[in-house]
Design a protein. Structure first.
Length: 279
């Protein structure tokens, strides 16, 4: 179960409603995080045509699900629909917004300009979280437009920090690279665990044991990296004895066409694709 985090004053004292457009996996993770930080469910409005059971349960706690009309201007609207559905979905926000409403978009590939055209006059923050948000361990990068005030930026930070750490950038042009590194990044780590499992099986380990070893090694190494003040390169060197087994493996992984080169090419490909999707 999520535990409430510190510095939750803005959510507890939110003057208006908080509207979530789209309650899929990421939207639901945000909902859980906001409630854990002390947001009053009565201030929540969820717009979702196919709500899951967990979202429907919020109604019993006081949240409004797909209301026919607004009950006052929202302090913020969070846009969590699939980017391809955005043109049809965003007009549903019109009854809830006021010139002081913050629009926080977590849609991949949709630029600030797109949201600003759909919701004219609003301050817009574009953000890219990643899937570890589902367990409160995500990392989100956010980019504001010129209309965003200091208080709105603080509110956006608190909304996003409910599912993990938050970084800010000023150049929206970097968002495609952000998406390629951290947005898509969990898939690279999962692929590593898959590959380690298959390599263990090829080396003679039972499949179930190989899978457990790979999973726990990835989890443990990630936690060590999180807790340590040392750079990843230093932690790697600490595991590597000259002439030992790790050194033999790393000679393959870091050789010509090896892991660093492959990952650089992969991130570049994801960045290019992000730019293509954004138009």
């Amino acid at each position: 179960m999520r535990q409430p985090r510190r510095n939750d004053g803005l959510l507890r004292k939110l003057p208006g409603r908080l509207v979530l457009l789209g309650a899929g996996k990421m939207g639901t993770a945000l909902l859980e995080g906001w409630l854990a930080r002390g947001l009053d469910p009565h201030k929540l409005v969820v717009l979702e045509p196919r709500p899951a059971a967990a979202v429907k349960a919020l109604v019993r706690r006081g949240a409004a699900l797909n209301p026919e009309r607004s009950a006052g201007a929202a302090s913020a609207v969070v846009i969590a629909v699939k980017p391809q559905n955005a043109p049809e979905a965003l007009p549903a926000l019109a009854p809830f917004v006021h010139r002081s409403t913050l629009a926080l978009s977590i849609m991949a590939g949709r630029k600030i300009e797109f949201v600003a055209r759909a919701l004219p006059g609003l301050a817009v923050v574009r953000a890219m979280p990643n899937t570890p948000a589902a367990v409160g361990c995500g990392i989100t990068v956010a980019c504001p437009d010129a209309r965003v005030s200091a208080r709105q930026r603080k509110l956006a930070t608190e909304l996003l920090a409910a599912v993990g750490k938050v970084e800010w950038i000023a150049d929206e042009g970097l968002m495609d690279a952000v998406t390629a590194v951290s947005g898509s990044g969990p898939a690279y780590v999962f692929l590593l665990a898959e590959a380690m499992t298959q390599a263990g099986i090829a080396a003679g380990l039972p499949a179930a044991l190989a899978a457990r070893l790979a999973r726990e090694t990835v989890v443990g190494a990630g936690e060590l990296l999180r807790r340590s003040d040392l750079d990843a390169s230093v932690l790697r060197a600490n595991v590597t004895s000259p002439g030992g087994t790790t050194a033999a493996a790393l000679e393959i992984l870091t050789g010509p066409g090896g892991f660093p080169e492959l990952l650089t090419r992969a991130v570049a490909a994801a960045t290019r694709r992000g730019r293509e999707l954004a138009g």
